[in-house]
Design a binder for this molecule. Structure first.
Ligand SMILES: *[C@@H]1O[C@H](CO)[C@@H](O)[C@H](O)[C@H]1NC(C)=O
Ligand SMILES: *[C@@H]1O[C@H](CO)[C@@H](O)[C@H](O)[C@H]1NC(C)=O
Ligand SMILES: *[C@@H]1O[C@H](CO)[C@@H](O)[C@H](O)[C@H]1NC(C)=O
Ligand SMILES: *[C@@H]1O[C@H](CO)[C@@H](O)[C@H](O)[C@H]1NC(C)=O
Ligand SMILES: *[C@@H]1O[C@H](CO)[C@@H](O)[C@H](O)[C@H]1NC(C)=O
Length: 460
C-alpha cells in the first residue's frame, strides 16, 4: 500500500474533522470518560497540588470552564461520571471526603436533601439504595477538579486531601469519640481536617456531647471566625437595589401584622413556642408551619416561593432561632423577612451580633424589651404609625441584600476547600476553644422546658 502523503487539498478536510470533533466534545456529544478510581495510587495528590500551586498561575493548562458565564458566575459545575465533560488536563485534583458511612436518600436533614439530589444527578455510582461513592466536581475558579467521597473507610480516606467531620453529628453520635482519634493515628498526617458546623453548638452538643473535643485544622461554620463561612446572605452597604426619588410606604399592601413560621415546636434552647403564644395574647400573630394553623403551600417548605410571597403581606416576621448563640442567624431572617419586606423581630444571638450582620436599623431584638407585653406594645405602635414603621425600611435606600449559596452543602463549599490543601496542615485546634463554640449562652445544649418562660430573660 502506498504510504499516505499529505496533499494540499487534504488540509481543509483535516481542519473540518478537527473542528467537528472539538464541537462534539465541547457540546458533550462525545464523552471524555473519567478513568476508574484507582484508590491506592493517590497518595501524592496533595503533593501535586502543592507543587502546582507554587507560583505558576497558568502554565499552559486548559480548564474548560463550562458554565462560568452562566448567571451563577463562579459556581462550579458538576462533572458527569458517564463522561459529560471536556477534561483537558485540569490544574489540580483534590479529593474531599465527608466522614459518613453513607449518604442515603431520605436522610432527614434539610441540608442533605439537595446534596443527595446532586449526587443522584451527577454520580453514576448512585443507584437508589446503594451507598454513594463519589461526586466529580469542577471548580473553574480554583482551577481544580474536586472529587467528593462519602466514607469512613481508612483506605479511602487516606487518599484524600481533606476530610470533613461533623456533617451529620446525629449519624455519627456514638462513633466520633473512638473513630476520630483512631483515624488521626492511622491516616496520612498531610490530610487536612475540616470541622463543619451549620447547626448551633447547642444543637450539636445536644446530639453529641463530645463535639467540643473534635480536633480540626480548618473550620466551616456560620461563625465569622470560620475559615469557610456558611453565609445565608449578607448586607452590602452603598449599593441600593434601586434608586427612587419618592418615599415608598412599606406598610401599604400589608394585610397582616405578624407572621411566624416554624417546623420545630418543642426542641428549642429557650421557650420559643411559649414566647410566641404569650405574644399572641397581645397582638395578632399568624403561625405558619407545624406549630400553628396558618398555611402556605407547599406546606412546611418555609422557603417555597409561595410561602415567601405570603410573608410579603406581613409587617413583621418573627425570626426566632432555636438556639441562643451569637451569629446563628438562619436564612429566614433574610428570605422570609428582609427580602420579603417584613421587619424581622429577632432572637438567637445577642443584639450586637445582629447589628454587625443585618442592615442598620432593620430589625427589632426582643432583648430590648423588659416584657413580652412591652414588645407587643412597641409592635402595635409601629403598626399604627406608618412613618415610624417605614424607618425600619430606610436602609433600603442605601444598601442591598446579597443572597449567599444555600443550602450550605452547595457544591461551592467543596471548591472552597481546595486552596487550604495547598500548604501543609497547620496545628490542630479543638472545637471547644473556637469562637463558634464559645458563642453560645450556655453549653451543653439542653432543651427548654415549657414552664421556663416565667424565668426567661432574653440574652442581651
Ligand atoms: C514536587 O516538587 C518537588 C520539588 O520541588 C519534587 O521533588 C517532587 O517530585 C514533586 N512532586 C510531584 C508529585 O510532582
Ligand atoms: C485526577 O484524578 C484522577 C483519579 O485519580 C486521575 O485519573 C487523573 O489522571 C487525575 N488528573 C490529573 C490531571 O492529575
Ligand atoms: C496512609 O498513608 C500513609 C502515608 O502514605 C501510610 O503511612 C499509612 O500507613 C496509611 N494508612 C492506611 C490506614 O492506609
Ligand atoms: C401557590 O399558590 C397558589 C395560590 O395561592 C396555588 O394555586 C399554587 O398551587 C401554589 N403553588 C404551589 C407549588 O403550591
Ligand atoms: C408617628 O411617628 C412620628 C415619628 O415619631 C411622629 O412625628 C408622628 O407624630 C407620629 N404620628 C402619629 C399619628 O402619632
Amino acid at each position: 500500500m502506498a504510504p499516505y502523503r499529505l496533499r494540499m487539498h487534504h488540509i481543509p478536510v483535516f481542519f473540518a474533522i478537527t473542528i467537528s470533533l472539538t464541537w462534539l466534545i465541547v457540546n458533550n456529544v462525545l464523552p471524555v470518560v473519567f478513568p476508574p478510581w484507582e484508590w491506592d495510587k493517590r497518595g501524592s495528590i496533595a503533593q501535586r497540588v502543592r507543587n502546582e500551586s507554587q507560583g505558576q498561575e497558568n502554565h499552559g493548562v486548559t480548564v474548560v470552564e463550562q458554565g462560568i458565564s452562566n448567571q451563577h458566575g463562579n459556581r462550579p459545575e458538576f462533572g458527569h461520571n458517564r463522561g459529560g465533560n471536556v477534561h483537558t488536563a485540569p490544574r489540580c485534583n483534590t479529593t474531599v471526603a465527608i466522614l459518613l458511612q453513607s449518604l442515603l436518600p431520605g436522610l432527614d436533614w434539610r441540608e442533605y436533601k439537595q446534596f443527595v439530589d446532586q449526587f443522584k444527578q451527577h454520580s453514576a455510582q448512585f443507584k437508589s439504595g446503594e451507598k454513594l461513592k463519589s461526586l466529580h466536581l469542577k471548580c473553574p475558579r480554583q482551577k481544580c477538579d474536586v472529587h467528593v467521597l462519602v466514607t469512613v473507610e481508612a483506605r479511602y480516606l487516606n487518599g484524600s486531601d481533606a476530610i470533613i467531620v461533623n456533617m451529620h453529628p446525629l449519624h455519627m453520635k456514638e462513633k466520633h469519640p473512638k473513630l476520630l482519634p483512631h483515624l488521626r493515628e492511622v491516616l496520612n498526617p498531610k490530610i487536612h481536617w475540616f470541622f463543619y458546623g451549620v447547626e448551633s453548638p447547642q444543637m450539636m452538643t445536644f446530639w453529641d456531647q463530645s463535639v467540643g473535643e473534635i480536633l480540626y485544622h480548618h473550620s466551616i461554620t456560620y461563625h465569622s471566625e470560620a475559615d469557610i463561612e456558611l453565609l445565608a446572605a449578607k448586607y452590602s452597604p452603598n449599593h441600593p437595589e434601586r434608586v427612587t426619588s419618592t418615599e415608598r410606604d412599606w406598610s401599604a399592601s400589608k394585610t397582616g401584622m405578624i407572621a411566624w413560621m416554624a417546623s420545630n415546636c418543642k426542641y428549642t434552647f429557650w421557650p420559643r413556642l411559649e414566647f410566641v403564644s404569650e405574644l399572641k395574647r397581645y397582638v395578632p400573630v399568624d403561625i405558619f408551619g407545624k406549630c400553628g394553623s396558618a398555611q402556605c403551600f407547599p406546606v412546611f417548605d418555609a422557603f417555597a416561593k409561595n410561602c415567601t410571597r405570603v410573608m410579603e403581606r406581613y409587617k413583621f416576621y418573627l425570626s426566632l432561632e432555636n438556639s441562643e448563640c451569637d451569629e446563628y442567624i438562619t436564612r429566614k431572617v433574610w428570605e422570609n423577612a428582609l427580602a420579603a419586606g417584613a421587619v424581622p423581630v429577632v432572637y438567637g444571638g445577642r443584639k450586637e451580633t445582629y447589628q454587625r450582620l443585618l442592615p442598620p436599623k432593620s430589625f427589632i431584638h426582643i432583648g430590648d424589651f423588659n416584657s413580652i407585653e412591652a414588645l407587643a406594645a412597641y409592635l402595635q405602635l409601629l403598626h399604627s404609625n406608618n412613618s415610624l414603621y417605614n424607618t425600619y425600611h430606610a436602609w433600603r435606600k442605601f444598601g442591598r441584600l446579597e443572597t449567599g449559596q444555600y443550602p450550605p452543602l452547595d457544591s461551592q463549599l467543596f471548591c472552597k476547600v481546595v486552596p487550604f490543601t495547598a500548604a501543609p496542615p497547620p496545628q490542630f485546634k479543638v472545637v471547644k476553644n473556637s469562637g463558634y463554640f464559645k458563642g453560645c449562652r450556655s453549653l451543653p445544649g439542653v432543651f427548654a422546658k415549657k414552664a421556663s418562660l416565667k424565668s426567661f430573660v432574653p440574652w442581651k
